[in-house]
Design a protein around this ligand. Structure first.
Ligand code: GRF
Length: 200
């Protein structure tokens, strides 16, 4: 399976996915990275992918001034030559419309830094702290038209300590993301949608 990875920032999840697909244990991996895509010209993840010889594409969302349909058409055009079978969203900070998610239904997954269905959207770590949650973590799910929704494929959880802040939680959860996302992609790309559960 050919995988396109979408990001908007540093791309540490993208790096974890690529390293799992191209590293020493790649022999039995059912997927390969075919392109790294970003809406941010300056995204650190784009420079990293280029340096690794992975094709990259950038479509800046700003000139589209809120015309999501035109932005998504430009994304599709940029992806086409790379012929992806699957899309992994990895810190991609633009909402996608139902037109795009329908085209990729069952073939696009996302990682989100909360134990969904809790805390869709932003500021998940602070919200978990504010709620006094004892457990927190991250989720990989299939992407549907609704934000941070869709069938759950995997979750990794940790215990919140009394000394934790939003910053320490973000760092602890991000480490779990780097374990969870590659584990889920391996199964998903092989057509296995059974739940992956990790404890950190
Ligand atoms: C991760 O926490 C991801 O779950 C969230 O954005 C962050 C991206 O980090 N949606 P990175 O770019 O993969 O380092």
């Amino acid at each position: 399976k050919r995988v396109a990875i979408f990001l908007s920032g540093g791309g540490s999840n993208m790096r974890a996915l690529v390293e799992d697909m191209t590293g020493t244990a790649q022999e039995d991996h059912p997927a390969r990275p075919c392109v790294v895509f970003s809406n941010q010209v300056e995204a650190g993840g784009i420079a990293w992918a280029k340096a690794r010889g992975i094709p990259t594409e950038v479509v800046d969302h700003r000139p589209f001034a809120g015309d999501r349909a035109a932005f998504e058409q430009a994304i599709s055009a940029a992806l086409a030559p790379h012929a992806p079978d699957l899309i992994c969203l990895a810190g991609f900070m633009r909402k996608l419309t139902g037109d795009f998610t329908d085209q990729w239904a069952g073939r696009m997954i996302n990682i989100h830094p909360s134990l969904l269905p809790k805390y869709k959207g932003l500021h998940t770590h602070q919200r978990a702290l504010d709620a006094g949650d004892r457990a927190h973590g991250c989720t990989v799910h299939e992407v549907t038209a609704a934000l941070d929704d869709g069938p759950i494929l995997g979750q990794a959880s940790l215990q919140v300590g009394c000394e934790d802040t939003a910053e320490t939680l973000a760092a602890r959860v991000l480490k779990l993301e780097h374990q969870l996302y590659p584990a889920v992609l391996r199964r998903f790309a092989a057509g296995d949608r059974s739940l992956v559960q990790l404890n950190g």
